[in-house]
Structure formats: structure tokens, C-alpha cells
Design a binder for this molecule. Structure first.
Ligand SMILES: Cc1cc2nc3c(=O)[nH]c(=O)nc-3n(C[C@H](O)[C@H](O)[C@H](O)COP(=O)(O)OP(=O)(O)OC[C@H]3O[C@@H](n4cnc5c(N)ncnc54)[C@H](O)[C@@H]3O)c2cc1C
Length: 419
């Protein structure tokens, strides 16, 4: 009988030990879940964002984030963690140090109030997106681009000033660049100067008494609405490479032939009318470009427009896309703008050193400067940092014009059909 009682007493205490172990286990599980939740909210301190990667430092967002940090700390302190196994205690301390770090940044360091470089880095970083991009990457890239004006606005609100001035002088001593003077009177000491002045490439080069073999061509561009979908949205760049006469009706021809200032519209026009869709599937814009009159000139801004350009370009492109003729009478008002192609005579850019130590040029990028920007920048950077140059470097350096072989090549340069 005694023995039996003992067995019963023993089994009751085993059950209670087992139950309390279960209770401790479930409490530990629930508290470690709480730790995970705190960790999630710590991760969200970097929100709300201007884009998925650009942080919003507006006063409202900063106050909100400080409240989140305090809330996370309160929830962390409510967790009873001292009896946890060592590896979980380490997790707890890591989450706490993350909260400490965020609080230090948001209460003490406050870089958005003190460091203009923060904004510069966030904006500059966008340029390191790998292109071409698609899907999520493209979506993030677009979001980043949209965030840039907001970031600049925040920077201005925090007192970051934008200093805008033109380079007016390059100081050179003993054939070495020593500094740059600006139109606002400021002088910056530097040993490196890159002339990347686009249409003003030669004006800036002349500050160094260098004359670059470049000129500027006026190029106009029409943004035209195509609600009939004549050009499919997935069409590539289309170029008409034959010379042509513009399509006019008999009455129109007779009318144009009457006046001196309209007769030129009946002449032969050069090849090169080109078009492509602009924007995604939701857009109905197409772009027209056609330099039917070569206009070499000194750059003036805004560039002079030509009101007849949209109609001439439309008719020129109707040779290639006859359904565009449906817009001859009724087109939605086209947008005309333009700029300059800065070119060398053989239409190869200038990338490399100028004849002064520390001075470089990158320009004459003609009508392909956006497409070639990365490769052109990489080549120039290789010169500046003294890295190995690629085999094609001589084809773009200013020195090429000193080479008699290159001069011979230039003399017989074929028409490459470049636009
Ligand atoms: C109508 C049109 C359509 C085009 N379409 C395409 C296209 O589809 N694809 C393509 O790849 N390319 C295209 N281009 C060409 C492209 O725009 C150019 O090749 C490119 O912009 C040239 O870049 P850049 O940096 O050399 O010059 P720019 O972009 O002109 O920049 C030069 C900069 O230097 C500054 N500057 C000048 N003088 C001074 C000074 N003294 N002090 C300080 N700053 C100075 C200017 O203010 C400017 O900001 C097109 C051009 C035009 C006109």
C-alpha cells in the first residue's frame, strides 16, 4: 500500500515538472516571437521611403521614425530574456544594439541636417543601376528617379545650397592645371579639370588656348501623338535611308510652287527621317527627327525652332509609314524642341587628355551621347586614374589628328549614314 502511494506521489510530481517545463517552453516561444516582431519593426525604421531605397528625411518622417524607435524599445524591454539560452540572449542584445544605433542616428547624429553629402550620395547612387533593366529592377529605377526631386527639395529645406556658376578661367602654371575660376568670383584649387561643356566645348577649350576641331549642328525633335497607333508601341527605331520628295497632292504642289518661300518644299529631301515610340504601352507619343536642312551654328539657348519642321518631318516619315498621312489634315498639336549635336568632322567623339597636364576633354558626343555615356566616362576615367587604356582609346583622343595616317583616312572618310 505504501509503495503504491509513493508511486502515485512520484507520478504527480513528474507531471507537474513536465507541465512547468511546457509552460516555460511556451512562454519562451511567445517571447522569442515578440523579439522577432521587434526585429521586424527595427527593419522598418528606414521607412517610410521616398522610393524603396531612398530614405525620407522630411521632419514628419523623422518624428514618425523616432516614435517607432521608442515603441520598439518599450516592447523589447517588456521581454523577460535573462533566463534564455545564451544564443537567444545574443539575439536579444543584437536587436537592442540595432535600436541603439537607430536612436543614436536619429537623436544625435541627424546626418540629414548636417551632411550635404548624404543627399549627393543618395542621388548619385541611382546612376549605378545596371541598365538595360526590366521587371522589378526597372520599377525600382523609375521610383528612384521620381524620388530625386523630392530628395533635392528636402536637401534645400535643410539648408543645402546649390551654387550655380560657369567656368570662366582655367589656371595653368608650368603646363599643369592648378585651379578653376568661376563666374561668381570663386576659385577652386585642383590639379584636374575635365572639359565636358557639350556645345560649349570649344569656348571652354579656348580658356586653355586650345582649339578643338568641333562644330555644332542644330537638331530638332517632334513629340507627336499617334492615337491611331500607326507606329506599334514595340517598334524599334525606324530610319528611312533613301532621299525623297515629300508627298503632296497636285493642288498642294501647284500652290507651293507659286511662292519663293514655299518652293523649297518641292525639292529633293535627304535620307535620314527617323522615328520611334516614346514611353511605355500606355503612351501614344512617337518621336520624329529629320535634319533635312543642315544647320551648323554657334549655340544659342533656347535653340531657334522651325514651325514648319513638324509637318515636313511628318510627311517625310509618311513615305515609310503611309498611314501617317491620316494625320496630314488633323494632327494633335505636336511638341517641338531641340538642341545641338556637337561633332567632329568624322563624327567620332573626343575623349582623353588635352595638351596640359591634368586637363582632359570628353565631348563631341553628337547624337549618341546618352547611349555611349557609360563607355565614354569609363575611358576618360581610365586616363585620369592612369589605368590601362583599351585598344580603341587612340581612336577618340585629340592626338589622332596629329597622325598623318589618320589624316589620310579622314581625307577619304566615307559617308557612314550616321544620323
Ligand atoms: C534633339 C536631340 C536628340 C537626341 N537624341 C539622342 C538619343 O536618342 N540618344 C543619344 O544617345 N543621344 C541623343 N542626343 C545627343 C545627346 O543629347 C548628347 O550627345 C549629350 O547630351 C551630350 O552630352 P554632353 O555631356 O557632352 O553635353 P551636355 O549634355 O550639353 O552637357 C554640357 C554641360 O556643360 C555645361 N557647361 C557648358 N559650358 C560651361 C561652363 N563654361 N561652365 C560650366 N558648365 C558649362 C552645360 O550647362 C551643360 O550642363 C540627342 C541630342 C539632341 C539635340
Amino acid at each position: 500500500m505504501r509503495i503504491r502511494l509513493r508511486v502515485i506521489v512520484l507520478s504527480i510530481s513528474t507531471i507537474s515538472l513536465w507541465t512547468s517545463a511546457l509552460l516555460a517552453e511556451s512562454q519562451f516561444l511567445s517571447e522569442s516571437r515578440q523579439l522577432e516582431e521587434v526585429l521586424d519593426s527595427v527593419r522598418s525604421f528606414r521607412q517610410p521611403l521616398l522610393s524603396k531605397r531612398r530614405i525620407d528625411y522630411s521632419p514628419r518622417a523623422v518624428v514618425e521614425r523616432l516614435e517607432n524607435i521608442s515603441g520598439a524599445r518599450r516592447r523589447l524591454e517588456a521581454i523577460r530574456w535573462h533566463d534564455w539560452p545564451i544564443s537567444q540572449r545574443i539575439d536579444y542584445l543584437l536587436v537592442r544594439s540595432e535600436i541603439d544605433r537607430a536612436e543614436f542616428e536619429y537623436r544625435i547624429v541627424r546626418p540629414w541636417e548636417r551632411d550635404p553629402g548624404l543627399y549627393v550620395d543618395m542621388v548619385r547612387d541611382v546612376a549605378f543601376t545596371e541598365l538595360p533593366a526590366s521587371g522589378k529592377t526597372l520599377e525600382n529605377f523609375r521610383e528612384d528617379l521620381r524620388a530625386i526631386p523630392l530628395l533635392l527639395e528636402q536637401a534645400r529645406e535643410m539648408g543645402v545650397g546649390l551654387v550655380s556658376a560657369r567656368v570662366t578661367e582655367v589656371d595653368v602654371t608650368s603646363n599643369r592645371v592648378k585651379g578653376i575660376r568661376f563666374s561668381n568670383g570663386r576659385h577652386v584649387r585642383t590639379q584636374h579639370f575635365v572639359n565636358a561643356a557639350g556645345p560649349y566645348l570649344n569656348d571652354v577649350a579656348r580658356m586653355l588656348e586650345v582649339d578643338l576641331p568641333v562644330y555644332n549642328e542644330l537638331h530638332l525633335k517632334v513629340a507627336f501623338r499617334d492615337p491611331k497607333g500607326v507606329l506599334p508601341r514595340n517598334a524599334p527605331l525606324l530610319i528611312w535611308t533613301d532621299p525623297q520628295e515629300l508627298p503632296w497632292s497636285k493642288e498642294e504642289r501647284d500652290f507651293l510652287a507659286e511662292a519663293e518661300d514655299t518652293r523649297w518644299l518641292l525639292q529633293d529631301f535627304p535620307p535620314g527621317a527617323h522615328t520611334r515610340p516614346e514611353g511605355g504601352p500606355e503612351s501614344d507619343i512617337i518621336l520624329f527627327l529629320w535634319e533635312f536642312q543642315e544647320k551648323i551654328m554657334e549655340p544659342v539657348f533656347p535653340p531657334p525652332m522651325d514651325d514648319q519642321y513638324p509637318e515636313v518631318a511628318l510627311r517625310g516619315l509618311a513615305r515609310m509609314l503611309p498611314e501617317l498621312s491620316g494625320y496630314f489634315e488633323r494632327s494633335l498639336k505636336p511638341q517641338l524642341d531641340g538642341g545641338y549635336y556637337t561633332k567632329t568632322r568624322e563624327n567620332r567623339p573626343l575623349i582623353g587628355p588635352l595638351p596640359f597636364s591634368g586637363a582632359y576633354v570628353i565631348g563631341a558626343l553628337s547624337g549618341f551621347g546618352l547611349m555611349t555615356a557609360c563607355a565614354a566616362g569609363e575611358l576618360l576615367a581610365a586616363y585620369i586614374v592612369g589605368a590601362d587604356l583599351p585598344s580603341y582609346a587612340p581612336a577618340f583622343s585629340l592626338d589622332r589628328y596629329q597622325d598623318p595616317e589618320y589624316q589620310k583616312l579622314l581625307a577619304n572618310w566615307p559617308d557612314s549614314g550616321q544620323l
